[in-house]
Design a protein around this ligand. Structure first.
Ligand code: GDP
Ligand code: IMO
Ligand code: MG
Length: 435
């Protein structure tokens, strides 16, 4: 075991619309982990890690890949983009990291070219009502998985099985593509040999990862479950239909990693100190003004996967409460508090007024949400924190933080009834305070 000390198994879950800093906090926590497990989503995720001057942007590899000696698992609930996997493995190897500890579930579905083509075609047909997807084929791939038309990682290791699957699935997909006027630039035989080649290349990583993860837990290893996306992008509990196509809440760990509900001890919500969202959909506390622009520029709010600017707004306590309840959060890590430095006043939404009604729980109707007027409380900001002082503040610990910042954190705790255990005040691994 890396630390010699048995720690609770822990989940890292996005509390908002993604990009809360899950990569950074997973990497921070992975210093004590033996195993990091991704269990949902695909390469729509973009998790950034900064170690010294090195920056990693991971889409499909779990964030533990940056730490030597960690076993990194891509669970059955993830959908695997083989092109992205190929690129990312080459990139981390070029940068001196080993992928020997990588394991990929034999049950994980694969994103194929038709998923990418259909993602694009569906978005075009939605027109102005588009979801603003990442274009990675996520929706069509998860749809096929549920419709039992998927190809799985394990299929790549068995030519006979793979041929049978392709011959069952491909004619249906060709019909759908014809209807939606997109064309696959690949024959059945070309696709078959491409997939078999991937099987040869990655066969040694493909295994029954549920057995692996449960064994690790049984042997007292420290296991971390790394979520992708966030609670508000969850297919059931997010701002449907402006969501991703997987469950992103903590419950997805069971199905997506193949573990029972009692195997996760601590569930940490990652909460950005303000709110951002990429893509379309309702966003009640969005700021379409100079303050929103300031947050975007100071926070460097540009998508890790698509480079799109992220929409920015104030912290929303209805979302904080929603995330705490749906995930059964036992703690929060609050990130990017440094981005709010030097703002005189900070606003926090405590309720919505919708059609004359006062609401304290996040509603499911997206048209109602578009009419929501946030009720704000104004809190004092903090000033006078000079650039370059961050590590001095980190060394001083929680009590060295400005008192207004501690009050802001206390405000989150009061509403959610969830303690804030980690405070992140910079991109770097070290710019983090554990309380
Ligand atoms: P993820 O998808 O949740 O892993 O988040 P992303 O990596 O997509 O986006 C978070 C961005 O914020 C990345 O650029 C991180 O380097 C950065 N970041 C994370 N924590 C902090 C922090 O506390 N302060 C600042 N300034 N940046 C942070
Ligand atoms: P991480 O893990 C932020 C958004 C897309 C789009 C919607 C549906 O980095 O937090 P999809 O391609 O999944 O069908 O797109 O979901 N989205 C994300 N936004 N962070 C992410 O991941 C996201 N993954 C998907 O922008 O609005
Ligand atoms: Mg991201």
């Amino acid at each position: 075991m890396r630390t010699g000390e048995k720690l609770p198994s822990i989940a890292v879950i996005g509390a908002q619309w993604g990009d809360e800093g899950k990569g950074k906090i997973t990497d921070f926590e992975a210093g004590r982990a033996d195993m990091v497990v991704r269990y949902q989503g695909g390469s729509n995720a973009g998790h950034t890690i900064k170690v010294g001057e090195e920056v990693f942007a991971l889409h499909i590899l779990p964030s533990g890949i940056v730490r030597p000696g960690v076993i990194n698992v891509i669970g059955n609930g993830v959908i695997v983009d083989l092109i992205s996997l190929d690129k990312e493995i080459a990139d981390v190897q070029d940068r001196g990291r080993s992928v020997d500890g990588l394991r990929i579930s034999d049950r994980a579905n694969i994103i194929l070219n038709w998923h990418r083509l259909l993602d694009g075609a569906e978005e075009r047909l939605r027109g102005k009502k588009g979801v603003g997807t990442t274009g990675k084929g996520i929706g069509p791939c998860y749809s096929d998985k549920i419709a039992r038309n998927g190809i799985r990682m394990g299929d790549l290791l068995d030519a006979e099985l793979l041929e049978e699957r392709l011959d069952t699935v491909m004619p249906m997909k060709l019909k759908t593509m014809e209807m939606l006027e997109v064309r696959l630039a690949q024959t059945r035989d070309e696709l078959l040999s491409e997939l078999l080649a991937y099987g040869k290349k990655y066969g040694r990583y493909i295994t029954d990862t549920s057995v692996l993860v449960n064994d690790a837990l049984d042997h007292g290893k420290n296991v971390l479950f790394e979520g992708a996306q966030g609670t508000m992008l969850d297919i059931d509990h997010g701002t449907y239909p402006f969501v991703t196509s997987s469950n992103c809440v903590a419950g997805a760990i069971c199905t997506g990693a193949g573990v029972g509900p009692k195997r996760v001890d601590e569930i940490m919500g990652i909460l950005k100190a303000y709110t951002t969202r990429v893509g379309a959909g309702p966003f009640p506390t969005e700021l379409n003004d100079a303050t929103g622009e300031l947050l975007m520029n100071v926070g460097g709010e540009f998508g890790t996967t698509t480079g799109r600017p992220r929409r920015c707004g104030w912290l929303d306590l209805l979302i904080v409460e929603h995330a705490a309840r749906l995930n059964g959060l036992t703690q929060f890590a609050v990130t990017k508090l440094d981005v709010l430095n030097d703002m005189k006043k900070l606003k926090v939404a405590t309720a919505y007024e919708i059609d004359g009604k006062h609401m304290e729980h996040f509603p499911g109707n997206f048209m109602m949400l578009e009419r929501a007027v946030p009720v704000y409380e104004e809190l004092d900001g903090w000033q006078g924190w000079k650039a370059g002082e961050t590590m001095e503040i980190v060394r001083g610990g929680y009590d060295a933080l400005p008192k207004e910042m501690r009050h802001y954190i206390g405000y989150i705790e009061k509403r959610s009834k969830v303690p804030v255990k980690i405070v992140s005040i910079g991109k770097g691994r070290e710019e983090t305070i554990r309380r």
